[in-house]
Design a protein around this ligand. Structure first.
Ligand SMILES: Nc1ncnc2c1ncn2[C@@H]1O[C@H](COP(=O)(O)OP(=O)(O)OP(=O)(O)O)[C@@H](O)[C@H]1O
Ligand SMILES: [K+]
Ligand SMILES: [Mg+2]
Length: 685
């Protein structure tokens, strides 16, 4: 069994299947949502639209007092403006809500086979009664009752309930693929899982509230933009009120309805109506890529990252480093080396450790159980870079060459020069050398083979085009690192990185406000994942890694970060484009309304009436109608995002400011004119 099943092409399909953007059920729910969102407690959260909301009430009251077709029409159009904004947000939320419903069905009540303290007796309890630290047994056909870490065994697991992907994945104790998710199903073998989730707070629970947008908060960028929009709104209120005075001087008596219409046209309603939909849709596009972003802030940061850090083993390479060869040194025989390597790996649950036991058995037929009570195993740690066993007064260690050499010298031994040659040759080939020593003596070297994932070089080239630097970080030696780095085509690499060093590197890269993204799967990646602005943990990784990051990639694909960056950039570009459009757009409405208001008093203003609108009344009506309709027209763009292709950010911004800025000025002129013609030919006015 290999881990290679986990490398799959990215799909458009998302969590628990996907629905089209304009699914009928979603549409119906969104229409309902447009009305339920009329609750003032919801409206007040969007200041720009709240002004329209209050404006509608004012014109409504005005229409009752001085009823006219004009005032009623304005009231209706303004009401629709508010409803359209609600509809945009409800549409954006729709797909997530539908997905949450599907996931809820997955969270059926399952039974857990809990292991009692003696370690062998099982009792059946409800999955919802499981506590953190409980041990449960799962065999072929069992649904894993809650999230946890495998402490014993290896199994193939069907994660389709969560990832929507039917190919089984391998989960095993010890390595960086040890975590399992509640709701997924064991297909073969038997594992013992230590529960890590507290009741009601499992991955599935969190995933449901996430796709549903239950606790969506405004991101810092969104807040900043909202403040700008509020400022633009606040500026126009006194402008419009002071017009009343001008109007008195001019003896035209501008009706309150007209003033409200003018205000609504001048404030940035287009972006005000679409802003939250754009943010929700960005999160949703992540989900469609099978990425769960824990915050909108992380999605935005992804659009701005300048450096991408990837760990080597499991991310750039397949990660199931397998012992492929024993090379003995000095007077040691190959058999002796294999025996010692095996002994030191008997309790080593990492993929490396297990593969050593397998190689010793397959190549040297060593299978006797050297069991005894005086075995003391030393587990692998990323800091010591070695593992081993103490028994019968003797010590065996295996690990990174530098670490073992230092250890042998500390024991008072010395290192034969051929060790350096052998490790260098292995490392230059991109494999990892593990040196084996017993007390003062180096016995030999184990070659661990690992393969660079195909297609990775091309993806890194794409990232470079977007101006993003890729850096590989690894605990491995510099030679292996260099060999893999050049094969994978990263821009830079850091070898012999301890967890502390990884963390430092991120902090260095972040200096000067640069944003750093990082993917990782191991417990030793956790501190770095937490420090990174975008920390993507692989779903296959350890629980610690998943808790530390702010995104989880359900596909555990190392190149997913490229798509994450694209979604982030698309979010920022879409928001920027529609903001530009919205503000440019208001300019045109200004030209439609101002001349209309004062033309009676100041006929000279006729020159401003460049649109040649039929009458002041049709001018104002056309402007408010356009103002409402443009929201509906832009909803698909807000939800799908502006088209994006890899290019430098500055180029993209220049192009979009041009398109949406110029478009934002021209389109309303045309739109308002057309509506004016329609109002005129239908003889409404
Ligand atoms: N089970 C093990 N026993 C002894 N030494 C090991 C074992 N696994 C790995 N090593 C050694 O320790 C080094 C550091 O391992 P670590 O997991 O920190 O990084 P890595 O897996 O090489 O790289 P990455 O950070 O990309 O995952 C390895 O390069 C290897 O030399
Ligand atoms: K407006
Ligand atoms: Mg590792």
């Amino acid at each position: 069994m290999t881990a290679r099943t986990e490398m799959k092409p990215s799909r458009a399909k998302g969590v628990a299947g996907s629905k089209s953007l304009f699914d009928r059920q979603i549409l119906q729910a969104a229409i309902r949502g447009s009305f339920t969102k009329l609750d003032p407690r919801i409206q007040v959260k969007n200041p720009v639209m709240f002004v329209v909301y209050l404006g509608t009430m004012v014109t409504f009251v005005a229409s009752i007092i001085h009823s006219s077709l004009f005032s009623w029409l304005v009231t209706v159009v303004l009401a629709f403006t508010v409803l359209f904004a609600n509809f945009a947000e409800a549409m954006a939320e729709g797909r997530g809500k539908a997905q949450a419903d599907t996931l809820r069905k997955t969270r059926t009540e399952t039974e857990a086979r809990k292991l009692l303290a003696d370690g062998t007796t099982e009792t059946r309890i409800r999955a919802s009664d499981l506590q953190t630290g409980d041990l449960v047994v799962c065999e072929a056909g069992d649904v894993i009752p809650s999230d946890g870490e495998i402490v014993e065994g290896v199994a193939s697991v069907d994660e389709s309930a969560i990832t929507g992907e039917s190919a089984p994945v391998i989960r095993e104790a010890g390595g960086d693929r040890s975590s399992v998710t509640g709701g997924t199903m064991v297909l073969s073998d038997r594992i013992v899982v230590k529960i890590t989730a507290t009741p009601g707070n499992s991955f599935l629970d969190r995933m449901i509230s996430l796709v549903e947008g239950a606790d969506r908060k405004k991101t810092p960028n969104e807040i900043a933009l909202s403040i700008l929009l509020v400022a633009l709104t606040v500026i126009f209120v006194p402008v419009v009120v002071s017009l009343e005075y001008f109007a008195h001087f001019a003896h035209t008596g501008v009706a309150i309805v007209t003033l409200v219409a003018l205000l609504v046209c001048l404030i940035p309603t287009t972006i005000g109506a679409l802003l939250s939909a754009i943010g929700i849709a960005g999160m949703d596009r992540m989900v469609q890529k099978n990425v769960l972003a824990m915050s909108g802030r992380a999605v935005e940061a992804a659009g701005d990252v300048s450096t991408l850090l990837l760990d080597k083993t499991g991310t750039i390479t397949f990660g199931n480093r397998m012992a492929s060869r024993f090379v003995s040194v000095g007077g040691t025989t190959a058999d002796e080396l294999a025996r010692a390597a095996r002994l030191s790996s008997l309790a080593d649950e990492t993929p490396e450790g297990r593969s050593i036991v397998v190689l010793a058995k397959n190549e040297y037929g060593i299978r006797d159980t050297d069991s005894g009570t005086d075995f003391e195993f030393v587990p692998f740690s990323a800091t010591t870079r070695m593992s081993g066993v103490n028994f019968k007064g003797s010590q065996i260690r295996k690990g990174a060459a530098e670490a073992i050499k230092r250890w042998v010298i500390e024991q008072g031994g010395d290192v034969p020069t051929e060790v350096d040659e052998i490790t260098r040759d292995i490392a230059n080939a991109g494999s990892t050398p593990l040196v084996v020593a017993q007390d003062q003596r180096v016995l030999g070297v184990i070659e661990l083979k690992d393969v660079v994932k195909p297609g990775i070089k091309e993806r890194f080239a794409e990232l470079r085009k977007m101006g993003i630097r890729t850096v590989m970080i690894t605990g491995d030696n510099p030679l292996t690192a260099a060999a893999i780095a050049s094969e994978a085509g990263v821009d830079d690499y850091l070898a012999e990185a301890t967890p502390e060093r990884k963390l430092e590197l991120i902090k260095e890269e972040q200096e000067g406000g640069k944003l750093v993204a990082m993917t990782g799967d191991g417990t030793n990646d956790a501190p770095a994942l937490a420090q990174a602005d975008v920390g993507v943990a692989m779903n296959s990784g350890t629980v610690a890694a998943k808790e530390a990051g702010n995104m989880v990639d359900l596909d555990s694909s190392p190149t997913k970060l490229i798509e994450i960056v694209e979604v982030g950039k698309q979010l920022l570009i879409t928001r920027g484009a529609l903001t530009t459009f919205s503000i440019a757009n208001d300019l045109a409405k200004y030209f439609a309304i101002i001349p209309a208001l004062f033309i009676a008093a100041y006929p000279q203003l006729k020159i401003l009436n460049i649109m040649h609108l039929h009458s002041p009344i049709t001018a104002i009506l056309s402007a408010v109608i356009f103002n409402a309709i443009i929201i509906i027209i832009l909803i698909p763009l807000a939800l799908k995002g502006v088209k994006f292709r890899p290019a430098a950010a500055s180029e993209i911004i220049r192009r979009n400011v041009f398109i949406y800025g110029v478009g934002g000025v021209i389109i309303p002129f045309i739109g308002i004119k057309i509506i004016d013609i329609i109002l005129t030919v239908t003889r409404l006015y």
